[in-house]
Design a binder for this molecule. Structure first.
Ligand SMILES: *[C@@H]1O[C@H](CO)[C@@H](O)[C@H](O)[C@H]1NC(C)=O
Ligand SMILES: *[C@@H]1O[C@H](CO)[C@@H](O)[C@H](O)[C@H]1NC(C)=O
Ligand SMILES: *[C@@H]1O[C@H](CO)[C@@H](O)[C@H](O)[C@H]1NC(C)=O
Ligand SMILES: *[C@@H]1O[C@H](CO)[C@@H](O)[C@H](O)[C@H]1NC(C)=O
Ligand SMILES: *[C@@H]1O[C@H](CO)[C@@H](O)[C@H](O)[C@H]1NC(C)=O
Ligand SMILES: *[C@@H]1O[C@H](CO)[C@@H](O)[C@H](O)[C@H]1NC(C)=O
Length: 463
């Protein structure tokens, strides 16, 4: 898509140049066009590395006031200019609606509670203005990195990922990153920024400086550490460490360059083209988007059987729901946990063009314990870093804050997430049950009283 857009822009520029020369020869007086042409030289160079970075310059060229494009150009060229203009107006409109500020990507080593964090340790080649995309932000350890390629193929927009890499897991994590960047798809280098963190009690033996991480290309005939990992090989398991899920969630989210972020779990694959369709929707700025309440945009989540394909479109998803190869997420594990307001209606509604708000829900009533995954912004409350993945309920306290702050949950219609194939069934795990009980006590006795002080209380809200 990036290449397409680039070649479209180049086509438009060439046509504008031709038109200019024609006019110049006939009238011999077009000073404003000369200025535009000079600018076109500059912005063409910028476009080579930075897509639509030079928004205002490109627009002057794509929509020149002195030339009648519709009259002189071929229909292909006018379609090209239409396309450029459409994207530019979407970005401009998103910028206007959100008043967002750009964020730079600066590598830094910094403490965060009991953890050392290597922020922006390996950075993506492309950078984004705050209005130009949506960032998928997520967390993992190296044993989950096989999800990155299928995720990228569907997302094709920036990803910010925080990796937990204590002790000797660090070296395996670096090798996994190197393999993904050098031996899989070029989308990894293009879009993914990696952050790494570990406990101050489990610092790796060696940590290269961020600009000397990969001195040599990876030998792609080697099997990367992230394939076929058994968890007892991992340092984390040998030392009996918990997985600090919310440290990772927060690090990844805070480092996203774009105003809109999808804070998700790496095994949840999005339906294609969400990022562009979502910005198109934001740019319309109508209906429930105009509400004064703070807003997040939840996505429906599904799981599919181990040997099934991940559905690309809502129509395919509907067929799979129909024949039982797809199910709402955790239907067998915990039916109430992920139920979404108006879920039945959503599942029967036909797919339409583009993306819209299907229903505005609240986290109250039968949805009081809802842990939605949603597109939100940097303004939403972060996740409590005292909670671990093993202890469960790791998004509950954030959900409480959203409820008290009177958030609207604008559920999207044609977009959804699908878990990596394989339907989860309940397995007893005494250690996790014990940790979950401890977490419930921590939330009840310590965190909830804090939240009541910080955010207040509201009828109908609960953790
Ligand atoms: C541009 O061309 C269109 C279609 O031929 C015409 O309707 C319009 O009047 C022209 N505008 C100018 C400024 O020449
Ligand atoms: C890459 O790894 C393969 C398999 O271990 C090995 O045979 C080969 O010599 C290595 N290549 C280089 C350039 O190190
Ligand atoms: C990983 O394990 C699977 C099944 O156990 C096997 O088919 C596959 O070849 C293994 N891959 C590697 C790279 O060892
Ligand atoms: C996603 O967008 C690309 C480029 O606009 C298009 O070619 C592709 O068909 C879209 N895919 C889906 C599933 O909408
Ligand atoms: C279920 O539906 C999907 C999508 O139409 C199809 O690909 C799959 O083969 C079907 N599976 C069964 C068991 O009918
Ligand atoms: C959805 O589309 C199908 C086939 O195109 C049609 O038969 C059905 O009535 C539609 N359902 C709704 C709720 O519009």
């Amino acid at each position: 898509m990036y290449n397409n857009r680039k070649s479209l822009i180049i086509k438009v520029l060439i046509i504008v140049c031709l038109i200019y020369f024609a006019i110049h020869i006939i009238t011999n007086s077009a000073p404003t066009v000369i200025r535009e042409l000079q600018q076109s030289g500059r912005s063409l160079a910028a476009l080579d590395t930075q897509s639509l970075e030079q928004t205002s310059l490109v627009q002057e060229i794509a929509v020149p006031t002195t030339v009648n494009i519709t009259k002189t150009s071929t229909s292909a060229a006018s379609r090209a200019s239409e396309d450029v203009r459409r994207v530019l107006t979407v970005f401009e409109k998103v910028k206007e609606v959100t008043q967002c500020l750009d964020r730079s990507v600066v590598p830094k080593t910094q403490q965060r509670g009991d953890y050392w964090v290597l922020y922006n340790y390996v950075t993506a080649q492309r950078t984004f203005k705050c209005e130009e995309s949506v960032t998928y932000t997520t967390h993992a350890d190296y044993s989950f990195m096989d999800n990155l390629v299928p995720l990228l193929e569907r997302w094709r927009a920036p990803i910010s990922i925080a990796l937990h890499a204590p002790g000797s897991d660090f070296a395996n994590t670096l090798e996994s990153i190197a393999h993904l960047r050098d031996c899989t798809t070029s989308l990894v280098k293009e879009y993914v920024t990696f952050h790494i963190y570990f406990s101050t009690k489990h610092v790796p033996k060696e940590v290269p400086k961020h600009n000397h991480v990969f001195e040599e290309p990876y030998n792609c005939s080697l099997t990367p550490p992230y394939l076929n990992v058994s968890s007892d090989q991992m340092y984390k398991a040998q030392k009996n460490l918990l997985y600090p899920v919310n440290v990772g969630r927060n690090v990844a989210r805070e480092m996203a360059q774009t105003y809109y972020v999808l804070a998700s779990d790496i095994e949840l694959y999005p339906s294609p083209n969400i990022s562009t369709k979502f910005l198109d929707m934001i740019a319309t700025n109508t209906g429930p988007l105009l509400s004064k309440n703070p807003k997040v945009y939840p996505l429906h989540i599904f799981e599919v059987s181990a040997n099934a394909a991940v559905p690309e479109t809502k129509n395919m998803l509907k067929e799979m729901l129909g024949n039982g190869t797809a199910l709402p997420f955790h239907k067998k594990l915990c039916p109430g946990c992920h139920s979404v307001p108006k879920a039945k209606e959503w599942q029967t509604a036909n797919e339409t063009e583009g993306l819209h708000v299907f229903h505005v829900g609240k986290r109250i009533g039968s949805f009081v314990h809802w842990e939605p995954i949603y597109i939100g912004t940097h303004f939403d409350p972060l996740y409590d870093e005292r909670l671990s993945w093993e202890g469960k309920s790791d998004k509950m306290t954030q959900g409480y804050a959203l409820c008290v702050l009177d958030y609207d949950f604008l559920i999207l219609d044609n977009a959804f997430l699908v878990h990596k194939p394989g339907i989860k069934v309940y397995k007893q795990d005494p250690k996790r049950s014990m940790l979950a009980a401890k977490t419930n006590q921590l939330i009840k006795k310590i965190i909830f009283p804090e939240l009541k002080v910080l955010y207040g209380i509201k009828k109908g809200c609960a953790v």
